[in-house]
Structure formats: C-alpha cells, structure tokens
Ligand binder design. Structure first.
Ligand SMILES: [Zn+2]
Ligand SMILES: [Zn+2]
Length: 201
C-alpha cells in the first residue's frame, strides 16, 4: 500500500505534463518546447494522454540511437532536440498500459553509454506497481507450513508453497506479473519506487 509518507514524497511529480502550452508549436524553428515539458508523473492516466501526443513532441527531435530487444515489449529510442540539445528517451507503454511510445526528458548521455544501459522507463515503474497492487487485492492467509524458499522463515500463504514476498518474486520470474523495471535511474525517479517492501511491510 502507498504510505502517507510516500504519497507526500510523490507530490512534486503529480503535475499534468500535458499542459495547453504543449499543444502550441514553437514560435520559430530555432526555438523548441523542451523547457515547457515537466517530468512525467508516475500516473497511468497522465502517461496515456502524454503518449497520445508522441508525434507532437517528436517533431523537432532527431533520433540518435535505438535499442530493440523485443519489438513490441522492449524497444527504446534516444533523441536529441535539434534546437537545444535536450535528450529524450522513448519507450513502449508496455505492461498492459497501452501500445504507444512514450517520450520523456532524460539527462545528457553519450550514445555508447546509453546503448550499454538505457534509462529506466517511468512507464515500466507504473506498470510494475499496478501489477503488484492488483495482485495484492486478493486475500492471502498464512498457512502452517514454512515458505519453501531457501533460508526463508516466513510462513507460506494460501495456494502457494511460498510466503507472499517469494510468491510475488516467483510470479515476476515466471512473467505472470509485470517485470521489475530495468535501466539507469535518473531523477526524479528512484529504486525505492519499485520496492516490494512498500507493499509488504
Ligand atoms: Zn529543445
Ligand atoms: Zn519466503
């Protein structure tokens, strides 16, 4: 569950990135809209609206690299703004959110470094958290048996040989729950935003 503390710490990002300003083209070809866009909030509805505007944001950007691990699942692109040099990453709205690409600003990085490890996708953070949250809506009851994971002393839960944490881990591994987001972390996002602990404390 989202704790009160975490909700408060997410406040700065809960700003709709799709402002009316974003719909207006830049005044001259030398100008760009980069500074008008805010960081993508970790909010599915805002992300879906944002992804719909992909083409609009995309104009004025030049693709400098692409990583296609799986065409419809893991597909990343790196762009430079022709006017100001701001870098943007695009990734698929995977994890059942939608099939669109979503674009967001990223810190400046060399193409070789980006190819070695792309940036984490905010959309993957939302997909992961949504998947865990939905799974935990079921009622779990602890059984008498211990969890079968080596060294774990927790008790197993209903319909599993594992404790809740290890059951979730095994479902992620099996692909039944959204994968843990992978990639280079960058502000305003951080690894604790995809920690299972916040749900299982
Ligand atoms: Zn720009
Ligand atoms: Zn366990």
């Amino acid at each position: 569950m989202w704790s009160r503390r975490r909700r408060a710490s997410l406040q700065p990002f809960e700003i709709n990135p799709m402002s009316d300003l974003a719909l207006q083209p830049a005044e001259s070809p030398r100008q760009c809209n980069c500074s008008r866009f805010l960081d993508l909030p970790l909010d599915e509805a805002a992300m879906n609206r944002w992804a719909e505007q992909y083409k609009l944001v995309r104009s004025g950007l030049k693709q400098v690299a692409q990583k296609r691990i799986s065409r419809w699942l893991e597909h990343y692109r790196l762009y430079n703004c022709i006017s100001c040099g701001q870098q943007w990453q695009a990734s698929l709205m995977s994890g059942g959110l939608s099939d669109n690409f979503c674009l967001y600003k990223v810190p400046t990085i060399k193409v070789s470094e980006w190819l070695a490890e792309h940036y984490i996708c905010p959309t993957a953070i939302v997909a992961f958290n949504k998947s865990i949250k939905t799974f935990l809506q079921q009622d779990f009851v602890q059984k008498l048996e211990e969890c079968r994971d080596t060294g774990c002393v927790e008790r197993a839960v209903t319909a599993s040989v594992f404790c809740l944490r290890h059951q979730i881990e095994s479902l992620i591994e099996a692909g039944s729950l959204a994968p843990r987001p992978k990639g280079r972390w960058f502000g305003p996002y951080s690894a604790d935003m995809v920690s299972l602990s916040k749900y299982l404390e």
